[in-house]
Write a protein that binds this ligand. Structure first.
Ligand SMILES: [Zn+2]
Ligand SMILES: [Zn+2]
Length: 342
């Protein structure tokens, strides 16, 4: 089968033919139809310090996908050949303290497809049935981005949204999803900031009531003015940019909540007293998707038609054009970029 492979401990990705995998006991074979390309894949392609410490080539990359079940391993029940599915890409141990207390998203033994084992930028992938979710009418191009969309659902829905003012900091694909989810979940005002006008236009398309160009406007002043002088009830920090992190804490109201998803490149100095403690706020770190609460909520929002992520998909490429896909992500102007496998 054709696959995108990290072959060597050096920059670059290779499109090549590799053996088709076979499903073991409790696993299914999935023919991939669509796959999402994301920042993680860029880190692996560029062979940055994180990739050097984590990735053991050769490995098939890619972790966001949807496709059709084409084979069942021994003992598989409840799924059948021909079903359209996606999957949680974090494969967890099931026996650590976190897994046994309903917090598998922070399992200490997590193995991620396309990072720690063969991934989804291929014609076929094998997945444990525990991780597989049926699409039930959700198109595969949407199913393929339920992993990053799930991060946005996790970020937004672990805060109290109905009747709230929500400020989304950073309008990359996950930030734009968060805008639409906050609207769908009943936020009364959604404010979004970024420095890129194309991304702000996408956020507007996803339902932001107010967009702030952080390169030109005073972010904190605008948020405070738009929230009756209080600050936002909920702030979702999706950028990881140090200046934006400080804006997130300065924009949240007293007693509000800051959801942190964006990952800063290095250490960020913070004034704990003024930015967190004296404001009496709650800070929540978002990693992955709650298994499987986030997935069930997301499926219902999508199947019920409350939320449609498709305006955020701006580019589609065939598998062989992975370098072009990475280039548009690098440009900073793209929304979500997906690969069409079949
Ligand atoms: Zn991703
Ligand atoms: Zn575990």
């Amino acid at each position: 089968m054709q696959a995108i492979v990290k072959e060597k401990r050096a920059p670059g990705l290779t499109v090549k033919s590799v053996p088709k995998p076979a499903p073991g006991p409790g696993e299914v074979l999935i023919a991939v139809r669509h796959a999402g390309v994301c920042g993680t894949d860029l880190h692996i392609a560029d062979w940055d310090p994180w990739a050097q410490s984590r990735i053991k080539p050769p490995i098939v990359v890619g972790h966001e996908f949807a496709g059709e079940i084409q084979g069942l391993g021994d003992g598989v029940t409840g799924l059948r050949v021909g079903q359209l599915v996606t999957a949680e890409g974090h494969i967890v141990c099931g026996h650590c303290l976190q897994c046994r207390t309903g917090n598998s998203h922070i399992c200490k033994n997590t193995r991620i497809i396309g990072v720690d084992r063969d991934g989804a930028f291929a014609e076929y992938i094998v997945m444990p049935t525990t991780n597989v979710l049926t699409l039930s009418g959700i198109p595969t191009e949407v199913g393929a981005i339920m992993d990053p969309m799930g991060n946005a659902f996790h970020t937004v829905l672990t805060a109290e949204i109905p009747g709230s003012t929500v400020f989304v900091v950073g309008c990359g694909p996950i930030g734009c999803f968060a805008v639409g989810i906050a609207r769908a979940a009943g936020a009364t005002k959604v404010i979004a900031s970024d420095v890129n006008p194309k991304r702000l236009a996408l956020a507007e398309k996803m339902g932001a009531h107010v967009v702030i160009n952080a390169a030109k406007e005073d972010v904190v002043q605008t948020v405070v003015a738009e929230t009756d002088g209080e600050g936002a009830d909920v702030v979702c920090e999706m950028s990881g940019v140090p200046s934006a992190l400080h804006q997130a804490f300065a924009s949240v109201r007293l007693g509000g909540r800051v959801q942190l998803l964006g990952i800063p490149k290095g250490e960020v100095p913070i004034n704990f007293a003024d930015e967190i403690i004296f404001k009496g706020i709650t800070v929540y770190g978002v990693i992955g998707r709650r298994m499987y609460q986030t997935w069930h909520q997301m499926r219902r929002f999508l199947i019920g038609g409350q939320f449609d992520p498709r305006p955020v998909i701006t580019h589609k490429f065939p598998l062989a054009k992975i370098d072009e896909a990475l280039a548009v992500i690098r440009s900073g102007d793209a929304g979500k970029v997906i690969l069409e496998i079949v």
